[in-house]
Ligand binder design. Structure first.
Ligand code: ME8
Length: 512
């Protein structure tokens, strides 16, 4: 595993001002599927997630909870670790920005930027939104109903005037535009790419990168009155986790990141500020930033004040983990906004998972159990219809890979379902249950073709629904070592005569 081609994928690190909600689960789930897929391909994967624990917003929440910021962040960060466990996330690291390794990395990055004359001391006078932890230009603001100014995100802004260090962002406008031009895949989807390019084309001002009016942050080296701007601190986590400022070993192998997965609200930080910081520090920018859309809840914008926040733990409790994982990635073309609806989730769970996929597995495996003494049947010569289904199964990996390389999860599931549906058509047409008396050799061939197709579906479904796909592979007696994409195709085919365990359903129906 350690020898394969490197693949480094990251989630945003989540603010600990809040309990985990569906947005957090969604971003990390998308990364989890890609990380699992790449591991099955033999890549040397590093999958990073964590918590963003500094800044004014977190300090304010700690105060509201009556806790010292350190105690507060210890508590809330744990909720995110619990979420990762409940959702079956396979992250290799969980970073907290309050860790010593991170503070050292941030300070090293800062020193590098100072040394390269990318940071200077000045004075900030402008608008700041604590909720967004972002500086906004006067021209980006609108007037709120009560006369206060609002950021484009709808968050209130306040006027801030304080001494501040600035990053020479203005110098990076042209290099950034050249980067976007040279690497059309750097920002996805296209709508976000266009948005970023027009923002940068409008001109970039130097960016305030330190604050003096509160203390909950990484101290600026050599100037104890300042803490680093929380976004410089937060973005640096991607370097910390690879051992920066050490730039050999893991860092050399895994940097630049292959993919930073983010929500659409934080694309500017990842696709403008972050590559500028990196280029300015003499480091390579990431290979790709993908910004996904946002969920609404039964048609309504999700907000704490409306009280319609979706708790992923409650969903998993009610529907089970795999149906939730499946629904989130199947329902909405990745990159678009989507609407969460219990009715639609149940429809997909019962229709696609239980009826289409679950029944296919159940019908095949119970026929093998009853008619083939519970052993993989011995196939005879394949007929054209057998070859058609087997070829489709063998070809799944080649079709799914490029689609996942552009993070089109819904398309990948569509491709898998074309084979699920193809198999259901095949089993209905071949009617193996009727062949037992008339042509048992043909029945064995048909059941073999179905079992072999299920093996491929199980392998390819592992990244999406690891528990259920794993149980399907258990029922086909696939050894752990054969659960890799190297076993795709005839080379890994089931051997006739292998005893199979007693079948049981993999996707239960949801009944109220
Ligand atoms: O932004 N639907 O942290 P965060 C989908 N700490 N996604 C949603 C969502 C929704 N309704 N609501 C939020 C931060 N999100 C920073 C990141 S990275 C160096 C620092 C997504 O806890 C949102 O788009 O506010 C973002 O990607 C994540 O959840 C929440 O991030």
């Amino acid at each position: 595993m350690g020898e394969g081609k490197p693949f480094f994928i990251t989630t945003p690190i989540y603010y600990v001002n809040d309990r985990p909600h569906i947005g957090h689960a969604y971003t990390t789930l998308a990364c989890d599927v890609l990380a699992r897929f790449k591991r099955l391909e033999g890549f040397n994967v590093r999958f990073l997630t964590g918590t963003d624990e500094h800044g004014q917003k977190v300090e304010k929440s700690a105060r509201a909870a009556g806790l010292a910021p350190g105690d507060f962040t210890d508590q809330v960060s744990q909720n995110f670790r619990d979420l990762a466990k409940t959702m079956g996330f396979s992250n290799d690291d969980f970073i907290r920005t309050t860790e010593r390794r991170h503070i050292l990395a941030c300070q090293a990055l800062w020193n590098e930027l100072v040394q390269r004359d990318q940071i200077y001391l000045g004075r900030y006078a402008g608008w700041y939104s604590v909720r967004d932890e972002a500086f906004w230009g006067e021209d980006e603001l609108s007037m709120g109903p009560d006369g206060g100014r609002l950021a484009p995100t709808g968050a209130a802004v306040e006027w801030v005037e304080e001494p501040s260090y600035f990053f020479r962002l203005s110098r990076w406008q042209e290099p950034l535009l050249r980067l976007y031009e040279a690497r059309p895949d750097f920002i996805a989807p296209d709508s976000r790419r266009n948005e970023v390019i027009s923002f940068v084309r409008m001109g970039l001002s130097d960016l305030s990168v330190s604050r003096t009016t509160f203390t909950w942050g990484v101290p600026v080296p050599g100037d104890a009155g300042h803490v680093m701007y929380v976004w410089l601190d937060a973005l640096a986590n991607y370097l910390t986790a690879l051992g920066y400022p050490e730039t050999g070993g893991v860092f050399a192998r895994h940097w630049p990141a292959d993919l930073h997965m983010v929500g659409k609200d934080i694309v500017r930080f990842h696709a403008v500020y972050w590559p500028a910081f990196l280029l300015a520090a003499g480091l390579a920018p990431p290979r790709r930033v993908f910004a996904h859309g946002w969920w609404t809840n039964e048609g309504q914008k999700i907000s704490k004040s409306v009280g319609n926040v979706i708790d992923p733990l409650a969903l998993v409790e009610r529907y089970g983990l795999d149906p939730v994982r499946y629904f989130l990635l199947r329902e909405v073309p990745f990159g678009n906004d989507g609407d969460f609806s219990h009715r639609v989730l149940v429809n997909r769970m019962n229709g696609e998972l239980a009826n289409e996929f679950g029944n296919l597995a159940q019908r095949t495996l119970s026929l093998i159990e009853r008619q083939c003494a519970g052993r993989v049947p011995e196939p005879g010569d394949f007929l054209p219809e057998d070859e058609t289904l087997l070829t489709a199964a063998h070809g799944l990996l080649e079709r799914v890979r490029p689609v996942l390389d552009r993070q089109a999860f819904h398309e990948a599931l569509d491709i898998l379902w074309s084979v699920v549906r193809g198999s259901n058509g095949y089993i209905d047409r071949q009617a193996p249950w009727a062949l037992r008396k008339t042509n048992p050799a043909r029945m064995a061939t048909v059941l073999y073709v179905l079992a072999e197709t299920l093996r491929h579906l199980g392998l390819l479904m592992l990244p999406f629904v690891p528990g259920s796909a794993g149980r399907l592979l258990d029922q086909l007696a696939i050894a752990p070592a054969a659960r890799t994409f190297a076993a795709v195709g005839p080379a890994g085919a089931l051997s006739a005569g292998t005893p199979l365990p007693k079948p049981h359903g993999i996707f239960p129906r949801f009944t109220v």
